[in-house]
Design a protein around this ligand. Structure first.
Ligand SMILES: [Zn+2]
Length: 254
């Protein structure tokens, strides 16, 4: 694995690894957790179950190899795919964890590594499989995306301001980091002197990515996967919640 690319061979990935591939000619990356047995658990948008949407998210309705490929709960965006369907014809990349800040800042593209440390693979796989069976909330409301999903499975970390700037490099490179977060970052002394606008701009871009990296932020909490629904206020929307009201019990069917 080189410094400037995280491209790996299939034989190099291990169960519990966070992998990704580029879709639509490097327009965006799609992330997932390799759980072994040629299977990947990843997060996609729930709505739009059309063939076109499935094509984009890598869900095959006619996988020639694995009958359980494309498995998902109704209304859940968490999908199990085989590696072939996840990658389609794309190249395989491995997301790096526990990188040093200097390596992190040297990465040209956002969303390829983090300074956060990965949990043991069995815990990562446990989270991925649990979320496959329980869902990962609403994609739009929580600004969850496939990278957030994989980051959570790897680290158990969630940012407190889930409605604000996203955790992932993909989100932060679009939204940008608030200046306050930038200035409170421990790297503020590294802001380069203005030797040229290009340098400053590139520096600011890297800084904003660094400031929003979950390994750096202080407003992150570790949440056990079993407590995820409670912490995010999802309730039990998938299985119906029992709520006491006016001395009677209603079964909410949502
Ligand atoms: Zn498949």
């Amino acid at each position: 694995m080189g410094l400037l690319t995280n491209r790996v061979d299939r034989s190099e990935i291990k169960p519990g690894d966070h992998i990704y591939t580029y879709r639509a000619v490097f327009a965006y990356s799609h992330h997932g957790i390799f759980v072994g047995g040629s299977k990947v658990v990843h997060f996609t948008r729930v709505e739009g179950s059309s063939d076109a949407a499935n094509e984009i998210s890598g869900i095959s309705s006619s996988c020639p190899i694995f009958p359980d490929c494309g498995f998902r709960l109704p209304n859940s965006g968490v999908v199990l795919s085989c590696l072939n369907c996840f990658l389609r014809n794309g190249s395989l990349y491995s997301f790096e964890y526990g990188v040093s800040p200097s390596v992190f800042l040297s990465k040209v593209r956002g969303g390829t590594c983090t300074t956060a440390v990965s949990d043991p693979p069995e815990m990562v796989i446990h989270r991925a499989m649990h979320l496959l069976q329980n869902g990962f909330g609403n994609y739009d409301v929580f600004q969850n995306n496939c990278e957030d999903f994989a980051l959570y499975c790897k680290t158990g970390l969630l940012t407190l301001d889930r409605l604000g700037v996203g955790r992932s490099g993909q989100a932060s490179s679009v939204v940008g980091a608030p200046l306050a977060a930038l200035l409170s970052s421990p790297l503020k002394f590294l802001i380069p002197s203005p030797v040229g606008m290009a340098t400053v701009t590139a520096g600011m871009y890297c800084m904003s990515r660094y400031a929003t990296d979950i390994g750096v932020r202080s407003d992150v909490i570790k949440v056990a996967v079993e407590d995820l629904a409670v912490n995010l206020g999802w309730g039990r929307s998938n299985e119906g919640a029992i709520v006491e009201h006016d001395d009677s019990i209603h079964l909410l069917d949502r």
